[in-house]
Write a protein that binds this ligand. Sequence first.
Ligand SMILES: *Cc1c(COP(=O)(O)O)cnc(C)c1O
Length: 355
Amino acid sequence: MDNLAFNLRIQKAKESRINEVDFSNLQFGKIFSDHMFVCHYTDGMWQQPEIKPYSAITLEPSASVFHYGQAIFEGMKAYKDDAGDIFLFRPQENYKRMNKSAVRLAIPEFPESWFDQGLRALLKIDSEWIQKGFGNSLYIRPFMISTTSGIKASPATDYMFIIITSPVQAYHSGDVKVKIADYYSRAANGGFGAAKAAGNYAGQFYPTQLAIEEGYQQVIWTDDATHEFLEEAGMMNLFFRINDVLMTCPASERILDGVTRKSVLTIAEKMGIKTEVRPVRVKELIEAAENGTLQEIFGSGTAAVISPISGFGYKDKKYTFIPPADLYASKIKEAILNIQYNKVEDPFGWRVKVD
Ligand SMILES: *Cc1c(COP(=O)(O)O)cnc(C)c1O
């Protein structure tokens, strides 16, 4: 499949919308660049891919995705350095993960080389939408949906792979407090928590709303069987610093294998920070908060790189802690941003130039 010739059709927008955009005042994911990449799957194969103006798509009301939710996505970013060169961060990880999600949702895999070539072509056409400056980037949202008409509950025979992009600024999450789940679950053993599948997020909205009503911003999910182990938050993996050890739970079939998570672990180890990848108990976190050994909690994900968490709630109790001056979160975030924006050498080979 990967050997198929990539023959891209390009239809350019008559006029760019870029002059209507206030790049100094962007809301996350509200504005989209001039073009999108689209490829249809039909008759058992991916058809000729194209880049065309960002526009609505038309599907029948009976289209499979509306009823049975064969829908998956990815999240990546493109960065520009001061010289105007464009970079991606570990894009192969996203190509692979998209196809892992596809397999789990019975969606046909999309050739990685097509993904790469299509994305590069799209970034070149919309390169002006990637603004220079630390913190500015173009958020990339690839996704796949089933489009076959008819409400038979079986895998569709037709799909679309689409990439849209949205300019974003540095993401400041503000003061984040999280509620530890003691009843609801995001994913279960044998389920599809490890896939970036639309349904995983729909299922989180209601419990998250309940947490917001209680004064929290997000939910920390725990394992569905016992609710004793800390897993992840909405679109972030989690890290806990207790007694100067940075810990995160292992990726599993319930937990998304985050690219940022992997990068945080590698960077932390390089900095000489002691790391532990092992199941972390809710009880352990509460004890650490009570005896003063809890120093930091943060989430990791493409959108914000790292989001510090200032406190958590469990059942009816609220816990806070006093973070040290020398935050792992800040050091590690800066190290990752410096690689992404081509400010330092990249000893890991993570930065990929788009030319
Ligand atoms: C996308 C996502 C993450 C973070 O993954 P990155 O590759 O670091 O962006 C973590 N958890 C969930 C549930 C996610 O959807």
